[in-house]
Design a protein around this ligand. Structure first.
Ligand SMILES: Cc1cc2nc3c(=O)[nH]c(=O)nc-3n(C[C@H](O)[C@H](O)[C@H](O)COP(=O)(O)OP(=O)(O)OC[C@H]3O[C@@H](n4cnc5c(N)ncnc54)[C@H](O)[C@@H]3O)c2cc1C
Length: 401
C-alpha cells in the first residue's frame, strides 16, 4: 500500500487528511497516532473541557464518521517508530510497515518536564492531552489547593478555571512577571491584576526547587517558601517532537526544518505544526510556533504541495487565550514594535493595543474585541496614524484604504 502517511493524529494531521480529500486526492491516506483518540482540539483542554463545560464529543475536530466516509484509515494507539526515507516506509509499534508516496510528520510537541526532588510524586500533572485532563479533573474540587507552576498562557487559563470552580489557586512564576516570554510588561501587568482581582495568588521571581509529600504531593517548595498543594499543574513550555525525523536523517534544528512549502530536507517528506521550524517570508525570519492556526495552515499547504500545487506558507502568526470571560486575541509579535498605542480602556476589559515600528503596525493584542481583531489582523504591515488608532471613535476600516 502506498499513498499518504501522516504521523501524529493532532490538529495538523486531521486538517491535512481533510484537505487532501477536498482536493480530490483518491489515493490511500493513513493517520498514525499514539493517542487513543481521533484528532481533537487541544485549546479547550485548559478552558471549557477542563471546566467540564465541553464534552469529549465536542472537542473532536471532526466526527469519527468523517474519516470513515472519506476512506481515511486511522491507526490509533500506535506509534511510528522509524522512517526509512530511502525505502519510503514507516515502521509502527504494531510491527506493521507502511509504504508512502508522501509522508507528513505532524508529531506536535510534548510538555517540558521538571526533574527535581519529588517531581514524580502523584498529584503532579502536565496538560497536553485529553487523557491528562481526565486524569486530573477529580482533583479540581472546591477548596482544594491548586498550585500552578508557570505563569504562561496555559498556566493562567488553568488558574482561571480553578478559581471559577472554587479552588485556592497559587501561580508560581520564576521570571519577574507572568507572560514574560510572550507579551509586554503592560499586558503582563493587566493579567496580573485581573487574576489577583479574582483571588489568584501570583508569586513572581519564585522558582520551584522541589516537591514534598507522603505518597502524594502535599507541598511545593521554592527555596525557603512552602506552598500547600493538593494538586499541582506544571505548564513550563513544550519540546518539539523531532526525534523520529532526526533519526531518519531529516534536518532538524529547533524543530524539523522545512522550507516555505512545508517540505523537509527529504523531498517526499513534509512537516506541519508545532514540530516545525519554518521560514516566514512576511517577517523574514524562521519560527517555531505553538498555535492552532499555524498547524492548520501548514497542513493545508503540505497537502496542496503533495498534490503538486507549489503553495507557499506565509501568514502573520496569530493566537488566542481565554481567561474568565475575557478573550485575548493576538496577531504578530509585540516585541517587534518600538511604540504602542492603546485603543479603549483597559479597566473596561475591552480594548486593543497596537504595536508599531517605523510607522507600520507590526502587531496587536485585542481583549474582548473580536470584530476589531479582524481589522487588526488586516492592519499588520500597514502604516497607521497613532492618533487615529488610539481614538475608539475612529473607523479602523478607513485605515485599511
Ligand atoms: C492545553 C493547551 C491549550 C492550548 N491553547 C491554545 C490556544 O488557545 N490557541 C492556540 O492557537 N493554540 C493553543 N494550544 C496549542 C495548540 O493546541 C497546538 O499548537 C496544536 O495542537 C499543534 O498541532 P499539531 O498537529 O502540530 O500537534 P498536536 O495537536 O500536538 O498533535 C501531535 C500528535 O502526534 C502524536 N505523536 C507524536 N509522536 C508520534 C509518533 N511517533 N507516532 C504517532 N503519534 C505521534 C502526539 O502524541 C499527538 O497526539 C494549546 C495547547 C495546549 C496543550
Amino acid at each position: 500500500m502506498s499513498g499518504v502517511v501522516i504521523i501524529g493524529a493532532g490538529h495538523a494531521a486531521g486538517q491535512a487528511a481533510a484537505s487532501l480529500r477536498q482536493a480530490k486526492y483518491d489515493g490511500d491516506i493513513t493517520i498514525v497516532g499514539d493517542e487513543a483518540h481521533i484528532p481533537y482540539q487541544r485549546p479547550p483542554l485548559s478552558k471549557a473541557y477542563l471546566k467540564g463545560e465541553q464534552t469529549a464529543d465536542k472537542v473532536y475536530l471532526r466526527a469519527d464518521s468523517f474519516y470513515a466516509d472519506r476512506d481515511i484509515t486511522m491507526k490509533l494507539s500506535t506509534t511510528a517508530t522509524a522512517i526509512d526515507t530511502a525505502a519510503k516506509t514507516v515502521a509502527l509499534s504494531t510491527g506493521e510497515t507502511l509504504s508512502y508516496d508522501h509522508l507528513l510528520i505532524s508529531t506536535g510537541s510534548r510538555p517540558r518536564k521538571l526533574s527535581i526532588e519529588g517531581s514524580d510524586l502523584p498529584g503532579i500533572h502536565y496538560l497536553r492531552t485529553m487523557d491528562d485532563v481526565d486524569g486530573l479533573r477529580e482533583g479540581m474540587r472546591p477548596d482544594a489547593n491548586l498550585v500552578i507552576v508557570g505563569g504562561g498562557y496555559i498556566g493562567l487559563e488553568v488558574a482561571a478555571v480553578g478559581r471559577e470552580l472554587g479552588l485556592n489557586v497559587h501561580v508560581l512564576e520564576m521570571e519577574e512577571r507572568i507572560l514574560q516570554r510572550v507579551t509586554t510588561p503592560e499586558m503582563s501587568a493587566y493579567y496580573h491584576q485581573l487574576h489577583e482581582g479574582r483571588g489568584v495568588h501570583i508569586h513572581t521571581s519564585t522558582a520551584v526547587t522541589g516537591f514534598a509529600g507522603d505518597g502524594k504531593v502535599e507541598a511545593v517548595i521554592c527555596g525557603d517558601q512552602r506552598f500547600a498543594a493538593d494538586l499541582v499543574i506544571v505548564g513550563i513550555g513544550i519540546i518539539a517532537n523531532t526525534e523520529l525525523a532526526e533519526a531518519a536523517g531529516i534536518h532538524c534544528d529547533n524543530g524539523i526544518v522545512v522550507d516555505e512549502h512545508c517540505r523537509t530536507s527529504d523531498p517526499f517528506v513534509y512537516a506541519a505544526g508545532d514540530c516545525t521550524n519554518h521560514p516566514n517570508p512576511l517577517l523574514e525570519r524562521r519560527l517555531r510556533l505553538e498555535s492552532v492556526p499555524n498547524a492548520m495552515d501548514q497542513a493545508r499547504v503540505s497537502a496542496a504541495n503533495m498534490l503538486g500545487d507549489e503553495k507557499t506558507y506565509a501568514a502573520i502568526p496569530w493566537f488566542w487565550s481565554d481567561q474568565y470571560e475575557l478573550k485575548l486575541q493576538m496577531v504578530g509579535f509585540s516585541a517587534d514594535g518600538d511604540s504602542q498605542v492603546l485603543r479603549g480602556d483597559m479597566a473596561s476589559n475591552q480594548f486593543a493595543v497596537f504595536y508599531l515600528k517605523d510607522g507600520l503596525v507590526v502587531a496587536a493584542d485585542a481583549v474582548n474585541s473580536p470584530k476589531e481583531f479582524m481589522l487588526c489582523k488586516q492592519l499588520v504591515g500597514k502604516p497607521a496614524d497613532p492618533a487615529l488608532l488610539a481614538d475608539p471613535g475612529s473607523d479602523l476600516k478607513a485605515l485599511l484604504a
